[in-house]
Design a protein around this ligand. Structure first.
Ligand SMILES: NC(=O)c1ccc[n+]([C@@H]2O[C@H](COP(=O)([O-])OP(=O)(O)OC[C@H]3O[C@@H](n4cnc5c(N)ncnc54)[C@H](OP(=O)(O)O)[C@@H]3O)[C@@H](O)[C@H]2O)c1
Length: 198
């Protein structure tokens, strides 16, 4: 299969690339790094990216900013990031990418456990995650030619917590998180938030 991983140079994305690469032709795309570059907030840039890549069998997104902070913070930054990056960036990716998806192909986006498990300081993150879950459930009903779409609903990744000296007990390691993305691309699920077991 020919597979594009947006955010394929990040913590989660690079592990997805590592797990898929032995058996598939994988193109790792970052904003500033990777085999190719794109900014998912720029729809025209996504059109140019897919015109360059051509037909693909799976598109995975492990990109989209999430900023923590109090819901009534003076700055709108966290909400702007959720709207422009996590939500509209992945919406642009889906709307452009589906045109290049082969029959039976799949799109896998990133949402987040915060959509269903509220925690203080995550108002913008939970809003973005819930929007992506709802988007995926609806788009799955409209896609044709057996094309599929899911979202991986992840929590804080063990290695990310360790990097910031946070308690990582009970958190899923990145290898397990990446497995859920790969199962979405290679399995049969559609319209689902796919949860990550610790
Ligand atoms: N890590 C966690 O614990 C955790 C928990 C919950 C949710 N998430 C979500 O999971 C996703 C991946 O997280 P991560 O920790 O792997 O992130 P990361 O290590 O910061 O990597 C982000 C990746 O996305 C790319 N990227 C960033 N902005 C982009 C844009 N506008 N257009 C295209 N590519 C862009 C980066 O490319 P460059 O490096 O070239 O800029 C990089 O490849 C994110 O949506 C994050 O919010 C992560």
């Amino acid at each position: 299969m020919k597979i594009v991983v947006i955010g394929g140079t990040g913590l989660v994305g690079s592990e997805i690339v590592k797990q898929l690469r032995p058996e598939h032709e994988v193109i790792a795309v970052g904003k500033t790094s990777g085999d190719l570059q794109v900014d998912i907030e720029d729809k025209a840039a996504l059109e140019a990216l897919f015109a360059q890549i051509g037909p693909v069998d799976a598109i995975l997104s492990a990109a989209g900013d999430g900023v923590m902070g109090p819901f009534d913070a003076a700055e709108d930054h966290a909400y702007e990031r959720a709207l422009n990056s996590k939500i509209m960036g992945q919406v642009h990716l889906t709307r452009v990418g589906q045109k290049y998806l082969t029959a039976g192909g799949s799109i896998t986006l990133t949402s987040g456990a915060a959509a269903k498990h509220p925690m203080p300081q995550t108002a913008a993150i939970s809003m973005g995650a819930a929007a992506i879950d709802a988007f995926v459930a609806t788009v799955a009903l409209e896609l044709k030619d057996n094309k599929r779409i899911n979202a991986v609903s992840l929590s804080l990744v063990k290695e990310a917590a360790e990097k910031f000296d946070m308690d990582s007990a009970g958190l899923a390691p990145v290898a397990k998180v990446a497995e859920v993305y790969c199962n979405s691309a290679l399995g049969g699920a559609t319209g689902q938030p796919l949860h990550v077991a610790a």
